[in-house]
Design a protein around this ligand. Structure first.
Ligand code: GAP
Length: 450
């Protein structure tokens, strides 16, 4: 029986295969910060592409936006983030550690890790104080005359303040949406669980502007729609659930929120939030800026309500990796495989000459690779034993491997190996590109049991 997927296994694979590295490692690392290597970048790009496809390309009512990371500081006053986007923190005067007041029961005491903070006479905790999660910076070269500014803690506000531009210029009538992917920054102090919670991350957010009377209905629609997206790209149904926030949990802007939770190795945790933001944001920016952010069409005039699905790219990538991770014993040998949806897999096909020293195999392999790479992300590998090369492709989640062998030199056929079933088939080299493209276009369901 394969063991359960642990975060350590994911971290180890991510590092071993160059998906994710600890940030600033040669300087001892920086907590809750990570750098993404080649396969991490490709996987992240695929997650973003699938999201954008579902939001913008497959729909007629959503347009894209890319707003600034640093916005006018008044935006964050109006949005409520300057006063409301804070965690209650307590400091220990003894060990100098800082804890979230609402998570003390799960935290370790700095002096005696087997105890919780406050449980030993080595603890001297302050009263809880509100700590704002926004990173502050200054605009301008001179400290004294510069202007305070913030790195955005969510991409959403850039969308609200562009409501009028988009509604007028893109000629959109509610219900319509604006989708944005971009970096966000939060001064998080809770330990991160790898890339689950980091200081810097990417968000994929869509603000859907609707007539107030339709808001409830659209809220329910987007909860279902977003749930279906995760399932479509391979998350097992048994590992995804919807959880409604109760009144105390709701953010300062929200009148209802449902989280899509995923069963991460550390337990059920938020993957994506779908919030019913009402008219909070458009009203707040209207009042603060003096610009009316409302829908006007002849006699019709109202402030639209907003439904917002918000997902972290990095967190989504982590969920896909965890869900895809598998270990099995094949012919008495263990293999680790990432059973990623082919549309997410960083590399779609690998070309492997069986005997790297054989010039004819290498020449055929390279020619096939050159042809394939024009159509899909392909990799050529002629280093080391074939078994090791297969294992490497399995661990990065490559769905297909094409092997050039003795028979290829005789009849111009290659074997195609399926990552999940390990089935091998012989196909003509001339049809390999079309064959792979057809395979990649087929419906896919994870072979992992629920
Ligand atoms: N505009 C609403 C908003 O930002 P949120 O629940 O705070 O809502 C949305 O964030 C999503 O962004 C989360 O569901 C999560 O996927 C991701 N996210 C939030 N904070 C994060 C962090 N520190 N590191 C990684 N991802 C994060």
């Amino acid at each position: 029986m394969p063991e359960a997927v642990t975060m350590d296994k994911i971290v180890s694979l991510a590092r071993r295969r160059g998906f994710v590295f600890p940030s600033s490692e040669i300087y001892g690392g920086l907590g809750s910060s990570y750098d993404y290597g080649h396969y991490g970048v490709l996987l992240k790009e695929n997650v973003k592409a699938r999201w954008l496809e579902a939001m913008v390309r497959e729909r007629d009512d959503i347009v894209a936006l890319d707003s600034s990371i640093i916005l006018h500081p008044a935006v964050w006053e109006a949005s409520g983030h300057v006063t409301g986007f804070a965690d209650p923190l307590v400091d220990c005067r003894f060990c100098k550690r800082r804890y979230r007041a609402d998570q003390i029961a799960d935290a370790e005491c700095g002096a005696r890790p087997s105890k919780h903070p406050g449980e030993t006479d080595k603890c001297d905790l302050t009263e809880p104080r509100q700590f704002n999660l926004m990173f502050q910076t200054r605009i301008g070269p001179v400290e004294e005359t510069g202007q305070d500014a913030y790195l955005r803690p969510e991409t959403a506000q850039g969308i609200f303040i562009n409501f009028k531009n988009v509604a007028q210029i893109a000629r959109r009538k509610p219900p319509f949406g604006i989708a944005q992917i971009g970096k966000a920054f939060r001064n998080e102090i809770t330990p991160g669980n790898f890339i689950f919670r980091t200081l810097e991350f990417e968000q994929m957010e869509m603000e859907y502007f609707v007539p107030p009377a339709e808001a409830e209905e659209w809220f329910r629609f987007w909860v279902e729609e977003r749930r279906a997206w995760h399932l479509r790209y391979g998350i097992r149904e048994s590992h995804l659930r919807v959880r409604e926030h109760d009144a105390e949990e709701l953010s300062h802007y929200s009148s209802a929120t449902s989280d899509l939770e995923y069963l991460f190795p550390m337990g059920w945790s938020e993957l994506e939030g779908i919030a019913h933001r009402g008219d909070f944001d458009l009203r707040a920016h209207t009042e603060a800026s003096g610009t009316k952010l409302e829908w006007v069409d002849g006699q019709e005039r109202y402030t639209p309500h907003v439904v917002e699905p918000a997902l972290g790219v990095n967190r989504s990538m982590l969920a896909f990796m965890v869900d895809a991770y598998d270990e099995e014993v094949v012919a008495e040998r263990e293999r680790t495989v990432l059973r990623l949806h082919p549309a997410l897999a960083p590399v779609k096909v690998a070309v492997l000459p069986l005997i790297p020293r054989n010039d004819d195999m290498v020449a055929k392999g390279r020619a096939l690779y050159e042809e394939l790479r024009r159509a899909v992300v392909a990799e050529y590998d002629d280093s080391g034993q074939i078994g090791r090369r297969y294992r490497r492709q399995d661990e990065i989640g490559t769905p297909y491997a094409l092997t050039i062998d003795e028979q290829t030199l005789e009849d111009d056929t290659v074997t195609i190996r399926d990552r999940d079933s390990l089935a091998q088939e012989r196909i003509p080299i001339s049809g390999a590109r079309a064959f792979v493209q057809d395979k990649l276009g087929e419906d896919w369901k994870t072979p992992k049991p629920s």
